[in-house]
Design a protein around this ligand. Structure first.
Ligand code: SF4
Ligand code: SF4
Length: 371
């Protein structure tokens, strides 16, 4: 399952200072690359078997202990993959993470491994939420993306079963030129699934996703306005992944509607202010490589030889990504760059420089662009 944003909590560091220097709010741990599916856009380039060098159980326990060393409040751990259910020690590691005080969510793949009994087990252990991917409003569109017939039916069944046992549920949807027109129908479908959050992932051309067509910047702008309208009526929260400039549009709209900065910060969108690759987010691969996110393939070290806390706080890569004053082009001069900052992953995919501007944004900052 592709990693995705779960910025659900109002983080204490978001009280106006927007600082994630000390700790991330979310750590995505790609426990394995193994997955039975073959999605067209798979970031992990998932394979049928576990990689021989993936972190073993003892190394994984050590990693969890080191993540707890971020202190309080602890980061929220998202156990993802590949398919986390391919790890025989998944439940043991969830139990251990929870015993350390790490809040845990799981992002499994919708296969037969995700049984009702497994969902019940997650609930009883204390897993906070699970996320499932839905990239089409019907079997034909979804299964074409996911590469396995029956995946749509399996996803809907798993979503209903998760809710039946009382698990909070996030649905992740990929935004590309091919899924764009289906988003209103997906939204309608979600109304009946009692979900907590809909997260729309705006394609970054990494992994198998390189072969897919992204939407254009004007299309993204139109989509943001449509999504903003939906936030007013939906029974669930709506957020974007690798499209931080949705926050800019939401801010512009809320300001026009008369909300004060404090009121804006307290909205679900406001609670995600500032979170982006390397700033509030850290990704650890199946072999222990540490990245600013799952979509920015620049590593700052490996947990086998360095502390993830040290890497996050002190590596040049993470420090530079946390400092919008070091961004180039319009993202460097934009008055929204502390709450948005653009997708560093998309900037890197487009230019080879993670500090460049996000090309998916139409906005022209008011401040003078000096370069
Ligand atoms: S479910 Fe699809 S996107 Fe997720 S790991 Fe498996 S193949 Fe990749
Ligand atoms: S220019 Fe960059 S920082 Fe400003 S809104 Fe667009 S993506 Fe965000």
């Amino acid at each position: 399952m592709q990693p995705d944003g779960h910025a659900q909590a109002f983080h204490p560091s978001m009280d106006g200072r927007l600082s994630f220097d000390a700790r991330p709010i979310l750590v995505y741990w790609e426990m394995t690359q193994a997955c039975d599916l073959a999605c067209k856009h798979c970031r992990a380039e998932a394979i049928p078997q576990c990689h021989p060098l993936e972190l073993g159980t003892e190394e994984s326990r050590l990693l969890l202990k080191e993540l707890r060393a971020f202190g309080d409040p602890p980061p929220h751990l998202v156990m993802t993959g590949g398919d986390a259910l391919q790890r025989a020690d998944l439940l043991e590691l969830i139990r251990y993470a929870l015993s350390l005080g790490l809040p845990v969510s799981v992002a499994p793949s919708a296969t037969n491994r995700l049984s009702d009994a497994m969902l019940q087990e997650f609930k009883e252990l204390g897993v906070q939420s699970i996320s499932l991917s839905l990239d089409g409003s019907n079997a034909q569109s979804h299964d074409t993306f996911r590469g396995v017939p029956g995946c749509f039916a399996g996803t809907i069944r798993a979503a209903q079963a998760a809710r039946a046992v009382g698990l909070s549920l996030q649905i992740n949807t990929l935004v590309t030129a091919d899924t764009l027109s289906d988003l209103p129908s997906i939204y309608e479908l979600l109304q009946g699934l009692e979900i907590a959050r809909w997260s729309l992932f705006f394609l970054i051309g990494v992994g198998r996703g390189k072969g897919l067509r992204p939407i254009t910047a004007p299309q993204a702008e139109g989509l943001f306005h449509w999504l903003y309208e939906r936030t007013k009526e939906a029974s669930f929260a709506i957020k974007t992944t690798e499209a931080m400039h949705f926050r800019r549009v939401a801010c512009q709209r809320m300001k026009l509607e008369g909300l004060t900065p404090e009121q804006i910060r307290r909205t679900p969108t406001g609670r995600g202010f500032g979170i982006r690759d390397g700033n509030g987010i850290m990704f650890i691969s199946h072999i222990g490589q540490v990245y600013p996110s799952g979509f920015l393939p620049l590593t700052a070290g490996n947990v086998r030889s360095a502390s993830p806390v040290e890497i996050y706080r002190h590596s040049e890569l993470f420090q530079s990504l946390r400092d919008p004053d070091r961004y180039r082009g319009k993202c460097g001069h934009c008055e929204f760059n502390r709450i948005c900052g653009g997708s560093r992953a998309r900037a890197y995919a487009a230019t080879g420089d993670p500090l460049e501007s996000d090309p998916l944004c139409v906005y022209q900052p008011r401040k003078k662009v000096l370069v």
